[in-house]
Write a protein that binds this ligand. Structure first.
Ligand code: SF4
Length: 186
């Protein structure tokens, strides 16, 4: 008798995806154990044109990996309201924690409402983001999988795939405050 789980019998995971270049390693790792669906929920990104370019490359990513993509509503006004008072915080500070909470709440709620066994996020692959802060936020919501995708050279693996597939790589994290800092330091 063969006890190897079929793809249909595997647990399902909703993977919040921040952008195409970060996603390949998390997808490839999760696919060894789970049925993976991507969730693009990134109302932090500004301006809207930048959001659309990143989304377009995530659409290419899902066609390469043959995955389903859920595209959440883009509501940058609500995101700005959510981080009000934290505009001058440095990257990796309180604004970023609030930013993670905005997107991960939406991912967690979508996962719960649609019967996913778990949810997680590609955000941990980035060396610019503190994994423990992402975990602390994710664990506020039910069925969060705390996976540190930086491990096993995760960032380098994702970057290599991103080059291979010519995914757009952004020059700043996402919001207008990170864009301003990038311009000032350029
Ligand atoms: S710098 Fe990045 S993580 Fe921090 S608030 Fe802006 S978009 Fe979010």
């Amino acid at each position: 008798m063969n006890n190897v789980p079929t793809p249909q019998s595997r647990a399902s995971v909703l993977l919040h995806v921040c952008c195409a270049p970060c996603a390949p390693h998390p997808i490839e790792l999760l696919q060894q154990q789970y049925r993976v669906t991507l969730f693009f929920s990134n109302s932090n990104i500004a301006p809207r044109d930048e959001y659309l370019v990143r989304l377009q490359h995530v659409r290419r990513l899902v066609s390469i990996y043959h995955l389903e993509l859920i595209e959440d509503e883009y509501d940058h006004t609500a995101w700005l309201e959510h981080v009000r008072g934290l505009e001058d915080e440095p990257e990796r500070g309180a604004r970023c924690v609030a930013c993670f909470a905005f997107s991960l709440r939406r991912a967690g709620e979508y996962a719960a409402q649609h019967g996913f066994d778990a949810f997680t996020t590609t955000l941990t692959v980035s060396p610019h983001k503190a994994t423990e802060k992402i975990f602390a936020v994710g664990q506020r919501f039910a069925n969060f999988l705390p996976l540190d995708f930086k491990k096993q050279d995760g960032y380098a693996r994702s970057t290599a795939r991103a080059r291979q597939h010519h995914f757009y790589r952004q020059e700043y994290c996402g919001c207008e405050f990170s864009q301003k800092r990038h311009r000032q330091s350029a």
